[in-house]
Design a protein around this ligand. Structure first.
Ligand SMILES: Nc1nc2c(c(=O)[nH]1)N[C@H]1C(S)=C(S)[C@@H](COP(=O)(O)OP(=O)(O)OC[C@H]3O[C@@H](n4cnc5c(=O)[nH]c(N)nc54)[C@H](O)[C@@H]3O)O[C@H]1N2
Ligand SMILES: Nc1nc2c(c(=O)[nH]1)N[C@H]1C(S)=C(S)[C@@H](COP(=O)(O)OP(=O)(O)OC[C@H]3O[C@@H](n4cnc5c(=O)[nH]c(N)nc54)[C@H](O)[C@@H]3O)O[C@H]1N2
Ligand SMILES: [Mo]
Length: 670
């Protein structure tokens, strides 16, 4: 800190988990706070939609404008014609689900199904294990075999890396199931480079194989599971050969991973999110998470499965927002483009905050077409001028985590902490809670601070949010929790025996405390595998996994220079392409023009563009989502990013210029 400005960011060396270690992109966060993309004051659109022409207005004028338009739209078209759109944001409990929920509840707005991430995984962990707590990261070291399935800790979960290293030094073997040899995975003992979307087939074949070699723990299953006979029966139909054909890997390699897993003790499955992002998402995650039950890997430290930690606790939305559940229609966020263009009755107002849908939601071209609607009133509330903000009618500047208070619940670890602001807001930026409350007041839904009917704010909101955390959080008493948080403590989860051991100290939270391996919640055929969506014209699978440059699309404004498409040299040779060429990645939904980078880390038949790009990072101003269909997974409506099938051809530079959209050319990094 110097002169009220942040000059550097470092980890907290007293933090029980990170011990002061943070990633490079957050270390550079001042580039977001004070960078040229920062939104410093409210603005109003002056040019055509998407032109990026805005004029500065006061906060008062901006809130008047938003309140008047929302009131008029609600009066004329009904509350459901208003759609709030949010997701990642700051990921805290004060910046989401508080005053925003009160405002949209009071408006009777349409509700958003938050499905862009973790919907299949969440549905499966609920159905199979009643969201039993995952094993704690610290217990990774106790494992002798770690099966990393569709996760890339080196980029997306960097605090796992030292633990993986220590586990290996202690003798653990590591196997990776991933279409690419991930940066950390290159050293793994085993790598199954399966074709995207074939996970369910592979995991079922493993289960069938375990059965044939006598490695199924029937004792465990009889006592602790239901539906396992049906699962074993079904798994038999997925022979190693069938799965191998589907996954495009040798049958013996699938068998070898299954055998190594069966032999090791304790053995752990680290399940990521890469395998859920297709139409077989639920079946894939279910088959993978059934493995520890089938092979009898639960019941000891270092065995079982590890996902995000959020299963251990629940945030009671009703307590946190002090609002009643509304019965209004629900819009799947993955269908944003489709909904803006065709929903009946139509969506007339869109309020975007904590999200950047123009680049993070499937079917980018349709999302943009929807946002271009002249009759749509769009508010975008963000920290920076995102690709979505370009389409706003009103822009509201938001504070960053160093400028506002937030309550952070765990995602990978078991703890909750309160982060207080360290500097005053930059420019005229304001926190979410504050702005949604101000709109609520202006619209007459909330009394002014101190008046009757005022919405809880500040410390009152903090108490509600802390109270809303249901789970094994140390101190049941809200006041005691708040006091500890305010002293800067990381409030730990209070598991019997310190850290959860699945089927020992924590059990499934299903009605009978058993694992449900053929759960009705996943439909009549929970392990049904749909055929690959590929067609002959678009034979390559496009994946868009997280990178170490951004957090979703956040921080991409300084994290990226220019994106490159990764491709296996064999696929390039077949198309007469060379490293460094400019290529057109295309299918019937759209095209992305980028430079090509050849890499033997990817399996043949799969190409990759990083998740989180902004339009300026490609040569035609489109990102991978321009190629992603907006179909959704069967049970939970999850996004199918990795179902994109594409073809790649060489692009001449003269063509690139002709097809670039105005204002979206790549820009130099700053
Ligand atoms: N640096 C950084 N960290 C992040 C994020 C970020 O954007 N940047 N995002 C955060 C968020 S929101 C999330 S949800 C998590 C996600 O973190 P992860 O669980 O690691 O998920 P992804 O990065 O989407 O993909 C993980 C791996 O799945 C592989 N994969 C792709 N398709 C398939 C498939 O069909 N089957 C299998 N088995 N593997 C496949 C990819 O090659 C990739 O290596 O990371 C979080 N952490
Ligand atoms: N192609 C492809 N697309 C993907 C994925 C993929 O694997 N492939 N992964 C998906 C995944 S896992 C996820 S989680 C989603 C995430 O998608 P989004 O939820 O859109 O996440 P971000 O891109 O991080 O956008 C969050 C925005 O919130 C803003 N923000 C941060 N804090 C605050 C705040 O306090 N107040 C306000 N008002 N704004 C704030 C940030 O500046 C940022 O612009 O993306 C998905 N998109
Ligand atoms: Mo995510």
């Amino acid at each position: 800190m110097a002169d009220g400005r942040v000059v550097g960011i470092d980890g907290d060396h007293g933090h029980p988990f990170t011990a002061g270690f943070i990633c490079g992109k957050v270390r550079g966060f001042t580039k977001r706070m004070y960078g040229p993309d920062r939104l410093l004051y409210p603005m109003r659109r002056t040019g055509p939609k998407g032109s990026g022409a805005f004029e500065r207005v006061t906060w008062d004028a901006a809130i008047d404008l938003v309140a008047e338009r929302l009131a008029a739209i609600r009066r004329e078209r009904g509350g459901e014609s208003i759609l709030p759109f949010y997701y990642g944001g700051s990921n805290g409990l004060l910046t989401q689900g508080t005053a925003d929920a009160r405002l949209f509840g009071a408006l009777g707005a349409s509700r958003l199904a938050p499905t862009v991430c973790a919907a299949p995984t969440g549905a499966v962990t609920r159905a199979l294990y009643g969201k039993m707590a995952s094993i704690d990261l610290a217990d990774l070291e106790a494992a002798r075999f770690i099966l990393i399935w569709g996760a890339n800790p080196r980029d997306s979960n960097i605090h796992l890396v030292p633990l993986l290293k220590r586990a290996r030094e202690a003798g653990a073997r590591i196997a990776i199931v991933d279409p690419r040899a991930t940066p950390g995975g290159r050293h793994a003992e085993m790598h199954l480079p399966i074709f995207p979307g074939s996970d369910a087939a592979v995991a079922l074949a493993m289960i069938g194989h375990l059965d044939r070699i006598g490695a199924v723990d029937r004792g465990f299953l009889k006592t602790h599971a239901t539906g396992w006979e049906k699962l074993l029966d079904h798994a038999r139909s997925w022979t190693l050969e069938l799965a191998a054909e589907r996954a495009r890997v040798p049958a013996r390699d699938i068998a070898a991973v299954a055998e190594a897993y069966a032999d090791a003790d304790p053995a752990l499955v680290r399940c990521g999110w890469g395998l859920e992002r297709n139409r077989n998402g639920e079946a894939s995650v279910a088959a993978v998470l059934a493995l520890p039950a089938v092979a009898g890997k639960f019941g000891k430290r270092g065995g079982g499965y590890m996902m995000s930690a959020s299963g251990a606790y629940r945030v009671n939305d009703r307590v946190q927002s002090s609002a009643a559940e509304s019965g209004t229609r629900i819009i799947n966020m993955n269908h944003l483009g489709r909904a803006l263009l065709g929903e009946k009755p139509p969506i007339d107002a869109l309020f975007v905050y904590n999200a950047n849908p123009v680049v993070t939601i499937p079917d980018q071209n349709r999302v943009v077409e929807g946002l271009r609607r002249e009759d749509l009133f769009t508010v975008v509330f963000d920290q920076v001028m995102t690709d979505t903000a370009q389409y706003g009618d009103v822009l509201l500047p938001a504070t960053t985590f160093l400028e506002h208070r937030d309550l952070s619940t765990s995602y990978g670890t078991y703890g909750v902490m309160l982060a207080e602001p360290v500097v005053a807001p930059v420019g005229e930026a304001r926190p979410n809670e504050d702005v949604f409350t101000a709109i609520g007041e202006r619209m007459g839904f909330a009394g002014r601070s101190g008046d009757a009917g005022a919405w809880p704010r500040g410390d009152d909101q903090l108490r509600l949010s802390v109270k809303a955390i249901e789970g094994p959080l140390a101190d049941a008493d809200t006041a005691a929790r708040v006091a500890r948080l305010r002293r800067g403590e990381v409030l730990p989860f209070d598991f019997p025996g310190e850290r959860p051991v699945q089927f020992a100290t924590v059990r499934p939270r299903t009605a009978d405390s058993k694992a449900h391996l053929w759960p009705a919640e996943l439909g009549a055929e929970p392990y049904r595998v749909l055929p690959d969506p590929g067609d002959q014209r678009h034979p390559l699978a496009l994946i868009s996994p997280s990178s170490d440059r951004t957090i979703s699309s956040s921080l991409a404004e300084y994290g990226f220079h220019e994106a490159r498409l990764e491709m296996h040299p064999d696929d390039a040779r077949a198309r007469s392409l060379a490293d460094g060429d400019t290529v057109r990645v295309h299918n019937d939904l759209g095209e992305v023009i980028v430079g090509l980078h050849l890499s033997g880390d990817l399996r043949p038949g799969v190409v990759s563009l990083p998740k989180g790009l902004w339009n300026r990072h490609t040569r035609n101003g489109s990102v991978s989502n321009a190629l992603v269909p907006d179909w959704v997974s069967a049970v939970s409506g999850g996004a199918c990013f990795n179902d994109a099938r594409v073809e790649v051809s060489r692009q001449l530079d003269s063509e690139t210029l002709a097809s670039a959209q105005p204002g979206t050319q790549p820009r130099a990094d700053h």
